[in-house]
Design a protein around this ligand. Structure first.
Ligand code: 4H7
Length: 253
Protein backbone atom coordinates (compact mmCIF):
# COMPACT_ATOMS: atom_id res chain seq x y z
CA UNK A 1 0.00 0.00 0.00
CA UNK A 2 1.26 3.47 -0.91
CA UNK A 3 1.30 6.16 1.72
CA UNK A 4 1.70 9.91 1.34
CA UNK A 5 3.87 11.63 3.94
CA UNK A 6 3.38 15.26 4.92
CA UNK A 7 5.52 17.27 7.34
CA UNK A 8 3.91 20.54 8.39
CA UNK A 9 6.21 23.16 9.92
CA UNK A 10 4.30 25.81 11.85
CA UNK A 11 4.31 28.25 14.76
CA UNK A 12 0.66 27.39 15.48
CA UNK A 13 0.20 23.62 15.53
CA UNK A 14 -3.18 24.03 17.21
CA UNK A 15 -4.70 25.38 14.00
CA UNK A 16 -3.93 22.08 12.23
CA UNK A 17 -4.83 19.61 14.96
CA UNK A 18 -8.62 19.90 14.73
CA UNK A 19 -9.14 19.42 10.99
CA UNK A 20 -6.55 16.62 10.75
CA UNK A 21 -8.33 14.70 13.50
CA UNK A 22 -11.82 14.84 12.02
CA UNK A 23 -13.78 13.08 9.31
CA UNK A 24 -12.04 11.97 6.13
CA UNK A 25 -8.55 13.19 7.03
CA UNK A 26 -8.74 11.34 10.33
CA UNK A 27 -9.88 8.18 8.56
CA UNK A 28 -7.15 8.51 5.91
CA UNK A 29 -4.55 8.73 8.66
CA UNK A 30 -6.04 5.86 10.68
CA UNK A 31 -6.19 3.62 7.61
CA UNK A 32 -2.54 4.41 6.91
CA UNK A 33 -2.95 6.10 3.51
CA UNK A 34 -1.87 9.43 4.88
CA UNK A 35 0.76 10.40 7.40
CA UNK A 36 0.98 13.95 8.75
CA UNK A 37 3.65 15.06 11.21
CA UNK A 38 3.29 18.52 12.71
CA UNK A 39 6.44 20.29 13.89
CA UNK A 40 6.38 23.42 16.02
CA UNK A 41 9.02 25.85 14.76
CA UNK A 42 8.99 27.56 18.16
CA UNK A 43 10.49 24.40 19.70
CA UNK A 44 13.65 25.25 17.74
CA UNK A 45 14.08 28.86 18.82
CA UNK A 46 17.31 29.57 20.63
CA UNK A 47 16.57 32.15 23.34
CA UNK A 48 14.64 31.92 26.58
CA UNK A 49 11.76 33.98 25.20
CA UNK A 50 11.40 31.58 22.25
CA UNK A 51 11.61 34.43 19.75
CA UNK A 52 10.65 33.40 16.20
CA UNK A 53 10.41 36.87 14.60
CA UNK A 54 12.36 40.11 14.37
CA UNK A 55 12.13 43.58 12.80
CA UNK A 56 12.73 43.92 9.07
CA UNK A 57 16.08 45.23 7.84
CA UNK A 58 15.43 48.45 5.94
CA UNK A 59 12.52 49.30 8.23
CA UNK A 60 8.80 49.17 7.69
CA UNK A 61 5.80 47.72 9.44
CA UNK A 62 5.42 44.12 10.56
CA UNK A 63 7.82 41.47 11.72
CA UNK A 64 9.83 38.89 9.78
CA UNK A 65 10.17 35.19 10.64
CA UNK A 66 13.79 34.58 11.64
CA UNK A 67 15.81 32.07 9.62
CA UNK A 68 17.48 30.18 12.49
CA UNK A 69 14.46 28.33 13.95
CA UNK A 70 13.28 27.30 10.48
CA UNK A 71 16.72 26.02 9.41
CA UNK A 72 16.95 24.14 12.70
CA UNK A 73 13.50 22.57 12.26
CA UNK A 74 14.51 21.42 8.76
CA UNK A 75 17.79 20.04 10.13
CA UNK A 76 16.12 18.03 12.89
CA UNK A 77 13.46 16.75 10.49
CA UNK A 78 16.00 15.62 7.88
CA UNK A 79 18.13 13.90 10.54
CA UNK A 80 15.08 11.84 11.51
CA UNK A 81 14.81 10.42 7.96
CA UNK A 82 18.36 9.60 6.85
CA UNK A 83 18.77 9.19 3.11
CA UNK A 84 15.19 10.27 2.36
CA UNK A 85 14.21 12.92 -0.16
CA UNK A 86 11.93 15.89 0.45
CA UNK A 87 9.74 18.16 -1.64
CA UNK A 88 9.64 21.45 0.24
CA UNK A 89 6.71 23.77 -0.31
CA UNK A 90 6.06 27.22 1.14
CA UNK A 91 2.41 28.25 1.27
CA UNK A 92 2.51 31.86 0.22
CA UNK A 93 0.53 34.54 -1.60
CA UNK A 94 3.52 34.72 -4.00
CA UNK A 95 3.13 31.06 -5.04
CA UNK A 96 1.73 29.55 -8.21
CA UNK A 97 -1.97 28.91 -7.73
CA UNK A 98 -2.79 25.42 -6.43
CA UNK A 99 -5.39 23.52 -8.45
CA UNK A 100 -6.83 20.05 -9.06
CA UNK A 101 -4.03 19.19 -11.49
CA UNK A 102 -1.32 19.98 -8.91
CA UNK A 103 -3.33 18.00 -6.31
CA UNK A 104 -3.36 14.98 -8.64
CA UNK A 105 0.39 15.29 -9.27
CA UNK A 106 1.07 15.40 -5.53
CA UNK A 107 -0.76 12.07 -5.01
CA UNK A 108 2.11 10.50 -7.02
CA UNK A 109 4.86 12.17 -4.99
CA UNK A 110 7.41 9.72 -3.56
CA UNK A 111 9.30 12.26 -1.45
CA UNK A 112 8.12 13.54 1.94
CA UNK A 113 6.09 16.67 1.29
CA UNK A 114 7.16 19.47 3.61
CA UNK A 115 4.66 22.30 4.01
CA UNK A 116 6.18 25.39 5.60
CA UNK A 117 3.64 27.80 7.09
CA UNK A 118 4.64 31.45 7.27
CA UNK A 119 3.35 34.00 9.75
CA UNK A 120 3.82 37.64 10.77
CA UNK A 121 4.46 39.94 7.84
CA UNK A 122 6.94 37.78 5.93
CA UNK A 123 9.65 35.11 6.00
CA UNK A 124 13.38 35.84 5.74
CA UNK A 125 14.22 35.50 2.04
CA UNK A 126 17.21 33.22 2.78
CA UNK A 127 14.78 30.53 3.93
CA UNK A 128 12.95 30.67 0.61
CA UNK A 129 16.13 30.74 -1.52
CA UNK A 130 17.85 27.91 0.37
CA UNK A 131 15.23 25.53 1.74
CA UNK A 132 12.17 25.86 -0.51
CA UNK A 133 11.59 24.00 -3.80
CA UNK A 134 8.20 25.46 -4.64
CA UNK A 135 5.87 28.24 -3.53
CA UNK A 136 2.14 27.45 -3.65
CA UNK A 137 -0.82 29.76 -3.13
CA UNK A 138 -4.37 28.56 -2.51
CA UNK A 139 -5.81 31.71 -4.09
CA UNK A 140 -5.31 35.41 -4.55
CA UNK A 141 -5.96 36.62 -1.03
CA UNK A 142 -3.93 37.13 2.12
CA UNK A 143 -4.19 34.89 5.18
CA UNK A 144 -2.76 35.56 8.65
CA UNK A 145 -0.68 32.41 8.25
CA UNK A 146 -0.02 29.47 5.94
CA UNK A 147 -1.79 26.86 8.11
CA UNK A 148 -5.21 27.08 6.48
CA UNK A 149 -3.54 26.93 3.06
CA UNK A 150 -1.57 23.83 4.13
CA UNK A 151 -4.83 22.20 5.24
CA UNK A 152 -6.39 23.00 1.87
CA UNK A 153 -3.50 21.26 0.09
CA UNK A 154 -3.56 18.22 2.39
CA UNK A 155 -7.35 17.87 2.10
CA UNK A 156 -7.43 18.19 -1.69
CA UNK A 157 -4.63 15.61 -2.09
CA UNK A 158 -5.82 13.18 0.60
CA UNK A 159 -9.28 12.71 -0.90
CA UNK A 160 -7.69 11.58 -4.17
CA UNK A 161 -5.69 8.77 -2.54
CA UNK A 162 -7.19 5.35 -3.32
CA UNK A 163 -9.03 4.06 -0.25
CA UNK A 164 -9.34 7.35 1.62
CA UNK A 165 -12.90 8.03 0.48
CA UNK A 166 -15.58 5.37 0.84
CA UNK A 167 -17.27 3.96 -2.31
CA UNK A 168 -20.18 6.32 -1.87
CA UNK A 169 -17.91 9.37 -1.76
CA UNK A 170 -15.38 8.35 -4.39
CA UNK A 171 -17.94 8.03 -7.20
CA UNK A 172 -18.40 11.73 -6.61
CA UNK A 173 -14.74 12.37 -7.35
CA UNK A 174 -15.28 12.86 -11.08
CA UNK A 175 -16.89 16.26 -10.75
CA UNK A 176 -13.70 18.29 -11.08
CA UNK A 177 -11.59 15.49 -12.53
CA UNK A 178 -12.49 16.47 -16.09
CA UNK A 179 -12.05 20.18 -15.36
CA UNK A 180 -15.78 21.03 -15.47
CA UNK A 181 -18.07 22.36 -12.76
CA UNK A 182 -20.56 20.01 -11.15
CA UNK A 183 -24.13 19.49 -12.38
CA UNK A 184 -27.14 20.25 -10.11
CA UNK A 185 -28.11 17.64 -7.51
CA UNK A 186 -31.51 16.85 -6.00
CA UNK A 187 -32.84 14.53 -3.32
CA UNK A 188 -36.34 13.78 -2.02
CA UNK A 189 -39.00 15.14 -1.98
CA UNK A 190 -39.76 15.34 -5.72
CA UNK A 191 -41.61 18.59 -5.00
CA UNK A 192 -40.64 20.95 -2.19
CA UNK A 193 -42.58 24.17 -1.59
CA UNK A 194 -43.70 24.08 -5.21
CA UNK A 195 -40.11 23.57 -6.47
CA UNK A 196 -39.91 20.49 -8.69
CA UNK A 197 -37.01 18.16 -9.40
CA UNK A 198 -36.33 18.08 -13.19
CA UNK A 199 -38.46 15.32 -14.78
CA UNK A 200 -35.47 13.66 -16.46
CA UNK A 201 -34.04 12.68 -13.05
CA UNK A 202 -37.25 10.79 -12.21
CA UNK A 203 -37.44 9.12 -15.65
CA UNK A 204 -35.25 6.12 -14.85
CA UNK A 205 -33.58 6.58 -18.26
CA UNK A 206 -29.93 6.44 -17.22
CA UNK A 207 -28.61 7.33 -20.64
CA UNK A 208 -30.78 10.44 -20.78
CA UNK A 209 -29.80 11.37 -17.20
CA UNK A 210 -26.13 11.08 -18.06
CA UNK A 211 -26.57 13.34 -21.08
CA UNK A 212 -28.57 15.88 -19.06
CA UNK A 213 -25.94 16.00 -16.32
CA UNK A 214 -23.14 16.47 -18.83
CA UNK A 215 -25.03 19.31 -20.52
CA UNK A 216 -25.72 20.97 -17.15
CA UNK A 217 -22.00 20.70 -16.25
CA UNK A 218 -21.08 22.32 -19.55
CA UNK A 219 -23.73 25.02 -19.13
CA UNK A 220 -22.67 25.85 -15.57
CA UNK A 221 -19.01 26.02 -16.60
CA UNK A 222 -19.80 28.18 -19.63
CA UNK A 223 -21.77 30.65 -17.53
CA UNK A 224 -19.77 30.74 -14.30
CA UNK A 225 -16.19 29.84 -15.25
CA UNK A 226 -15.77 29.96 -19.05
CA UNK A 227 -11.97 30.07 -18.65
CA UNK A 228 -12.03 26.45 -17.43
CA UNK A 229 -13.27 25.25 -20.84
CA UNK A 230 -9.84 25.96 -22.36
CA UNK A 231 -8.24 23.15 -20.34
CA UNK A 232 -11.27 20.88 -19.75
CA UNK A 233 -11.31 17.31 -21.05
CA UNK A 234 -13.98 17.68 -23.80
CA UNK A 235 -15.29 15.17 -26.34
CA UNK A 236 -16.52 16.03 -29.83
CA UNK A 237 -20.09 15.76 -28.58
CA UNK A 238 -19.28 18.09 -25.63
CA UNK A 239 -18.09 20.69 -28.14
CA UNK A 240 -21.29 20.36 -30.17
CA UNK A 241 -23.41 20.75 -27.02
CA UNK A 242 -21.35 23.80 -26.06
CA UNK A 243 -22.01 25.44 -29.44
CA UNK A 244 -25.76 24.85 -28.97
CA UNK A 245 -25.59 26.27 -25.44
CA UNK A 246 -23.79 29.39 -26.66
CA UNK A 247 -26.53 29.98 -29.27
CA UNK A 248 -29.25 29.40 -26.63
CA UNK A 249 -27.60 31.89 -24.28
CA UNK A 250 -27.27 34.50 -27.05
CA UNK A 251 -31.00 34.15 -27.82
CA UNK A 252 -31.72 34.54 -24.10
CA UNK A 253 -33.60 31.24 -24.05
C1 4H7 B 1 4.45 33.41 3.31
C2 4H7 B 1 4.79 34.75 3.24
C3 4H7 B 1 -0.67 31.65 1.93
C4 4H7 B 1 3.28 33.03 3.98
C5 4H7 B 1 3.96 35.70 3.82
C6 4H7 B 1 -0.08 32.16 3.09
C7 4H7 B 1 -2.02 33.60 1.81
C8 4H7 B 1 -1.64 32.37 1.30
C9 4H7 B 1 2.45 33.97 4.58
C10 4H7 B 1 2.79 35.33 4.49
C11 4H7 B 1 -0.50 33.40 3.54
C12 4H7 B 1 -2.29 31.83 0.04
C13 4H7 B 1 1.97 36.37 6.51
C14 4H7 B 1 1.88 37.57 4.40
C15 4H7 B 1 0.81 37.17 7.01
C16 4H7 B 1 0.76 38.40 4.94
C17 4H7 B 1 -0.31 39.28 6.92
C18 4H7 B 1 1.22 33.51 5.30
N1 4H7 B 1 -1.47 34.07 2.90
N2 4H7 B 1 1.96 36.30 5.06
N3 4H7 B 1 0.81 38.48 6.40
N4 4H7 B 1 -3.01 32.64 -0.69
N5 4H7 B 1 0.02 33.98 4.68
O1 4H7 B 1 -2.12 30.65 -0.26
Amino acid sequence: MRKLNFEVLTLFPGILAGPLNESILKRGREKGFLNVTIRNIRDFTEDKHKTADDRPYGGGAGMVLKPEPIFKTFGVMKAEYPGEKFLTILLSPQGSVFNQQRAEQLTEEKRRIVLLCGHYEAIDERVIRTLIDEELSVGDYVLTGGELAALVVIDAVARLLPGVLGDEESAYRDSFGDGLLDYPHYTRPAEFRGLKVPDVLLSGDHDLIKKWRRKESLKSTLIKRPGLLKTADLSGEDREVLEELKKELENGS
